[in-house]
Design a protein around this ligand. Structure first.
Ligand code: SAH
Ligand code: SF4
Length: 375
């Protein structure tokens, strides 16, 4: 079953059009709608003949994403969207807008419904895994957010087009490499996003990092580290038992050597768990030797994320003083470090801590909190 029209490549679009008895240029028109206009709905492809539109709509009736719920936060600069997938599962996609000057509009996409990695502090991880997304379902999240952007923008100083895509929503991208890389390529070739506008965040799956080192698409890599010693990391990130810190960093070192690209390390700060100055110094010492070949500059950049509290999960955000202390202790080792502004706290929409309001992320609840849901 085709999950999304974005799962069809140029050859498949041609075959589809030929089957319908239409000339080959119709396939190019269809691709133009999908990629340039980011229109996933064949009924709205207004310059295609009505018969072809009806045929496509009929043939792909069960495919595609349906917007089920929309919540706005941060005064309209952050939006959380819940999309129903074919088959009944659901995922969340977040849009983060930044005002003129930075003029960025970043979409945070999900690659899986749920996640099997079981990180103890992560709402998605605690709910477990439901299913893989297809590449097309990942791309369609971006397409649908693109089309919604004009009505989601809080004002004229907000960007009017998407500039960045981060794979930091539900799921572990490298546990679904086919969809992740398929989507990244389509966003690059079809949607025209530069590879540097795309970031893939991994919990630290070494085979995935090794593949990223050889993939010809130079996207950014983010590694969720969260702890500087194996005892603590085993507790927060269970896959650390398969790929402990030394192996993880060896893979990152090889990645940096092969690509000469910098890597960001995500560190969710949790009060009394991993926010001590000792962890910060240790983290700095681990990452300081990572250097970009040639220039010799630091290859690692630490991104501190104050933990976003999640009901039912026993972790708390750090104090402001602890964040500062941690940041300064990392900086003292020479490793570049920044604190990521918390987005969408009030709507549980911080990118990377997506969850539905109740229940499993897969089977989302009926939408009692619908807030201007659009179809
Ligand atoms: N599975 C991938 C990508 C999705 S999670 C990964 O783990 O990298 C994206 C980021 O958000 C990760 O760094 C994750 O650890 C972090 N995160 C998850 N829950 C969070 C929370 N409640 N507060 C702050 N960051 C969180
Ligand atoms: Fe999965 Fe990432 Fe959450 Fe870990 S932090 S459970 S890998 S989504």
């Amino acid at each position: 079953m085709t999950r999304s029209l974005y799962d069809l490549d140029a050859g498949q679009l041609e075959a589809l059009v030929a089957e319908a008895g239409e000339p080959p240029y119709r396939a190019r028109q269809l691709a133009h709608w999908l990629d340039d206009r980011r229109q996933p709905d064949p009924r709205r492809m207004s310059d295609l003949p009505g018969s072809l539109r009806a045929r496509l709509a009929d043939r792909f009736a069960g495919a595609g994403l349906t917007l089920e719920r929309h919540q706005a936060g941060d005064g309209g600069w952050t939006h959380k969207l819940l999309f129903r997938l074919p088959g009944g599962d659901a995922v969340e996609t977040v849009l983060m807008l930044y005002p003129a000057g930075r003029a960025r509009a970043t979409v945070c996409v999900s690659t899986q419904a749920g996640c099997a990695m079981g990180c103890t502090f992560c709402a998605t991880g605690q709910f477990g895994f439901t299913r893989q997304l297809s590449a097309g379902e990942v791309v369609e999240q971006v397409a649908r957010v693109s089309r919604l952007l004009p009505e989601l923008r809080p004002g004229p100083d907000a960007p009017d087009h998407l500039t960045n895509v981060v794979f930091m929503g539900m799921g572990e991208p490298f546990a679904n490499p086919a969809a992740t890389w398929g989507a990244a390529w389509r966003l690059h070739r079809g949607f025209g996003l530069s590879a540097r506008a795309i970031t893939i965040s991994t919990v630290g799956l070494v085979p995935g990092i090794r593949r990223a080192a050889t993939e010809p698409l130079p996207v950014n890599l983010a590694v969720s580290i969260h702890a500087a010693d194996d005892r603590l990391r085993d507790r927060l990130v269970p896959v650390n038992r398969s790929w402990p810190i030394a192996e993880l960093l060896a893979a990152v070192r090889d990645y940096v050597t092969a690509t000469r690209r910098r890597v960001s390390f995500e560190y969710a700060l949790m009060a009394g768990v991993n926010d001590g100055a000792d962890q910060a110094e240790r983290l700095g010492r681990l990452l300081a030797p990572l250097r970009v070949p040639g220039s010799g500059g630091h290859a690692a950049h630490v991104n501190l994320i104050p933990y976003n509290p999640t009901p039912g999960i026993g972790f708390a955000p750090p104090s402001k003083a602890a964040v500062r202390r941690f940041r300064d202790a990392v900086a003292a080792t020479g490793v570049p470090v920044s604190v990521r502004a918390n987005r969408g706290v009030g709507i549980d929409a911080a990118c990377g801590q997506l969850r539905t309001v109740t229940g499993r992320p897969g089977r989302a609840p009926a939408a009692p909190h619908a807030n201007g849901a659009r179809g």
